[in-house]
Design a protein around this ligand. Structure first.
Ligand code: DQA
Length: 148
């Protein structure tokens, strides 16, 4: 059975392409989705790609992914939680509670940026962390997820 690879994007990632292109690059979220589509096809996964500016919606999606994974229908989640990475105990608890395999992803190298980006509530409950490869990181993370 083809397993689902969830790619969840948090706040402001809908602005990719125009948002601080010197940091996040010129590609739009639709471009990222197309890259993910190709990578999933290459690794025998079925893509479910979403974006939300709402913390609670991301929590609900992680619960959904955890249930799908428990039922053998999903490989896991690639999560770019955006700024919620640095603030959200709710997302930390959701990942722990749902038992989903989560790869934390950042387009930029958050550790080379402002100090407030150095702490992540996601990392302690993530299976792996990807940061600083630009949008190519999504492709690399899908390859990694396929190998777990
Ligand atoms: C980000 C890094 C976060 O610090 C920031 O708030 C984002 C994007 C990244 O992809 O590099 O919104 O997660």
């Amino acid at each position: 059975m083809t397993k689902i690879a969830y790619v969840f994007n948090g706040p402001n990632l809908n602005l990719l392409g125009t948002r601080e292109p010197q940091i996040y690059g010129a590609q739009t979220l639709a471009d990222v989705e197309a890259l993910c589509q190709q990578a999933c096809a290459a690794h025998g996964l079925q893509l479910d790609f979403r974006q939300s500016n709402n913390e609670g919606e991301l929590v609900t999606w992680i619960h959904e992914a955890g249930r799908a994974q428990a039922e053998g229908q999903a490989a896991g989640v690639i999560l770019n939680a955006g700024a919620y990475t640095h603030t959200s105990i709710a997302l930390h608890d959701a990942i722990k509670g749902a038992g989903a395999t989560v790869i934390e992803l950042h387009i930029s190298n958050v550790h080379a940026r402002e100090a407030f980006r150095h702490h992540s509530y996601i990392s302690p409950v993530a299976k792996a962390v990807m940061a600083g490869f630009g949008v190519k990181g999504y492709v690399l993370a899908i390859e990694g997820l396929a190998q777990f």
